[in-house]
Design a protein around this ligand. Structure first.
Ligand SMILES: Cc1cc2nc3c(=O)[nH]c(=O)nc-3n(C[C@H](O)[C@H](O)[C@H](O)COP(=O)(O)O)c2cc1C
Length: 456
């Protein structure tokens, strides 16, 4: 994330951490080159457009611990990293709720051009009331309505990028003096329930992928249905493996419902790793990291999504559904750790802080390279996940450790590639010849003259 503190809050204070350099181009260039050395598919850039201002009804903890504040725009660092690498992909999070498809399509097409077809868009709909207030709304648009708007946004987005310019619209003939053939550039009309694009030409010529690789991050039923229709990669959370397995199956099921194949969607989850050459060293490293972690920062992060100020509870006071309902009528659905809302009986603020002692809800795998590889293999076997999104702890040390210690171990077991494939990000993920959205994807029907097929 283009910020100081992302998921494991407080670790920016570690003397070997360089996250405070996030404003400098060299930070991103070095990161990209390191990840490419490790054959990472992509660097995934999370983003928020609001502020975690709910805990204590302000930003005291958020500002002190740099809990995703300050946060810069993720898109602008992509060309820096693209210029310094050849193969690394870029998953850029952007919240569509506060965008319009017409200009947004141009921004992502520009990134796809500048990266040579290596960009992905992580579609999110937001979860912060502060973001809504920032753009003049009283509060967030309701959860499922945000996804309804998202479906409409996507159709306009596909029309612009897939349907505007035919593949051979650009002639680039200096002798005849024709850059583009006007007969092959089509007007776009979109008259949806939420977005209108009226009789206008798309601004950009076709980029290598046209539509960026579509990522989606979300975990609700409505979110899964959205993913089934649109997402090619889904980033999902959760530590509970049976729940994760159910989630993966549900997402693949939604893809099939939408006329796609189960493996047309790649599903990733968080992974936090603290690794060293022997068990003792890994434990010591974890203990050393822990000394800098900010459980309070993690709580400030967590409660803003839920929209309830848990500072209104004593440290050892039980946080019950009744008390939450009295303080925040109608909010229970958004609160808590369980889907459907609420906390387990006996939950207190102290317990929530204890569970976040590494500055996050994410528990790490701590161990030797072979222990970490065992665990990764076990998670994949138990959940059917396709891959992982490695979280930042103490950076860039955490990436370097993973690359130098874990990746050779995974490669030795045949669990990790030994070279990049050629081509765009979509081809690297799904195979040669698949630079564009496949024919069975919802977005393909918006191509000029396209007949939708059941085939990829
Ligand atoms: C693993 C994961 C990562 C997410 N990353 C982001 C993010 O970077 N920015 C953002 O605004 N929302 C992010 N979200 C929030 C979702 O996009 C979504 O807005 C929120 O989870 C509510 O939708 P849901 O109920 O379908 O999960 C993330 C959600 C999950 C599960």
């Amino acid at each position: 994330m283009n910020c100081v503190g992302h998921i494991h809050h407080g670790l920016w204070k570690h003397p070997r951490d360089n996250s405070v350099d996030y404003r400098k181009p060299g930070y991103w260039i070095a990161l990209a080159q390191l990840l490419e050395k490790g054959l990472f598919d992509a660097v995934f850039l999370a983003d928020i457009v609001g502020v975690y201002d709910v805990l204590g009804d302000g930003i005291d903890v958020t500002a002190r611990e740099a809990v995703q504040l300050p946060v810069n725009d993720p898109a602008y660092v992509v060309p820096l990293m693209a210029q310094a690498t050849q193969h690394l992909g870029f998953g850029v999070t952007a919240n569509l709720t506060y965008e319009h498809p017409y200009l947004f399509a141009r921004r992502f097409a520009t990134l796809d051009h500048l990266s040579g077809g290596r960009v992905g868009w992580n579609i999110v709909t937001g979860y912060l009331d502060s973001a809504a207030r920032g753009v003049g709304l009283k509060q967030q648009i309701d959860h499922d309505d945000r996804y309804d708007r998202g479906d409409d946004f996507m159709d306009a987005f596909y029309k612009l990028l897939e349907g505007g310019w035919e593949d051979d619209a650009v002639v680039n003939d200096r002798v005849r003096g024709i850059y583009a053939d006007p007969a092959k550039i089509h007007r776009i009309r979109h008259d949806g329930p939420f977005y209108k694009v009226d009789n206008v030409y798309n601004l950009t010529e076709p980029s290598p992928q046209r539509t960026p690789v579509l990522f989606q991050a979300g975990a609700s039923k409505r979110g899964n249905a959205f993913a089934g229709r649109h997402a090619e990669c889904v980033f999902t959370g959760g530590q509970d493996r049976p729940a994760l397995a159910k989630m993966v199956a549900a997402i693949r099921g939604e893809a099939v419902e939408a006329g796609r194949e189960r493996d047309d969607v790649k599903v990733f989850s968080y992974l936090t790793v603290v690794v060293d050459s022997n068990e003792r060293a890994a434990r010591d490293k974890y203990d050393e990291y822990l000394a800098y972690a900010s459980p309070e920062g993690a709580l400030a992060h967590f409660v803003s999504g839920a929209g309830v100020d848990l500072d209104r509870f004593g440290l050892d006071e039980e946080i019950t559904d009744e008390k939450l309902e009295a303080l925040y009528p109608g909010r229970l659905r958004r609160v808590g750790e369980a889907r459907g809302g609420g906390f387990a009986p006996g939950t207190t603020r102290r317990k929530l802080l204890d569970a976040r002692r590494f500055g996050s809800q994410q528990a790490p795998i701590v161990g030797t390279p072979s222990q970490v590889a065992d665990e990764i293999a076990r998670i994949v076997a138990e959940t059917d996940l396709d891959g992982f999104n490695l979280t930042r702890t103490v950076a860039p040390e955490c990436y370097r450790d993973f690359i130098e210690l874990v990746i050779p171990e995974l490669q030795g077991r045949g669990l990790y590639k030994t070279a990049y494939e050629e081509g765009t990000l979509r081809e690297k993920l799904f195979g040669a010849g698949r630079a564009r959205l496949p024919g069975n994807h919802h977005g393909a029907q918006f191509r000029h003259g396209h007949q939708r097929s059941g085939h990829r």
